[in-house]
Design a protein around this ligand. Structure first.
Ligand code: C5P
Length: 224
């Protein structure tokens, strides 16, 4: 039988990345962080000095895009775009502030979704994003929707940013930005952030990463 495909979706800062990575490692499956692909493209658009609103100027960039993802031994996903290593820089506030706009363009979504589907062709992966269970792998074997209150998500983002050396984070400002990004992701015309009707919803407030992973492992074992 084909190895399983597991889709993990949810709004910004719900703990998807940490949880998905640990869960994939536990199951010995590939881990795919699709947000990193939208972030890397956003970095490239900035690098080229192009306006993120201008889909006509972005389209030609998609034709010869060399976007590569590597999983290291520790399951950290390394990201390269057109020969540049961007793993760290794509987490910067400048990219975070602009990525959801880039992700609204149909041509962008078509190109990145296609690449994601190719990664999943053999199965055996846990993919996280916004539209994995609805658009990328609608036939996933297990769909999870991870969410938490915006306050909790802002608090986690602040902790992440501090750990990465971005010290000047204002919790209220972060929460505002998270809500703005959610609004763009929920309201875009193409593949908006949605809870798939067959997804299992997990609200992660007050749960540690380990606890969420344990819930996922239990759900997985129940189903397989
Ligand atoms: O998960 P992360 O916060 O890194 O995602 C960054 C942004 O990329 C999201 O806010 C969303 O706009 C976009 N994205 C998307 N579809 C995905 C993954 C991410 O539109 N599957």
């Amino acid at each position: 039988p084909r190895k399983p495909i597991i889709a993990i979706d949810g709004p910004a800062g719900a703990g998807k990345s940490t949880v998905t990575r640990a869960f994939a490692k536990h199951l010995g499956l590939i881990y795919l962080d699709t947000g990193a692909m939208y972030r890397a493209l956003t970095w490239w658009i900035h690098y080229k000095g192009i306006d993120s609103n201008d889909e006509d100027l972005i389209k030609p960039l998609l034709n010869n895009l060399d976007l590569r993802l590597f999983l290291e031994d520790d399951y950290k996903q390394q990201v390269w775009i057109n020969g540049h290593t961007v793993t760290e820089v794509i987490r910067s506030p400048q990219i975070t502030a602009d990525v959801s706009l880039v992700a609204t363009h149909r041509s962008v979504r078509d190109a990145l979704t296609l690449q994601q589907k190719k990664v999943g062709r053999q199965g055996g992966l846990v993919a996280e994003g916004r539209d994995i269970g609805t658009a990328v792998f609608p036939y996933a074997d297990l769909k999870i929707f991870l969410t938490a209150t915006s306050r909790e998500r802002a608090q986690r983002r602040a902790n992440d940013l501090r750990a990465q050396g971005f010290d000047d984070c204002d919790l209220y400002e972060l929460e505002k930005q998270i809500i703005e990004r959610d609004n763009i992701d929920y309201s875009r015309a193409i593949a908006p952030l949605r809870q798939s009707s067959d997804a299992i919803v997990i609200i992660t407030d007050k749960l540690s990463c380990q606890q969420v992973v344990q819930v996922l492992v239990n759900v997985f074992q129940d189903q397989f």
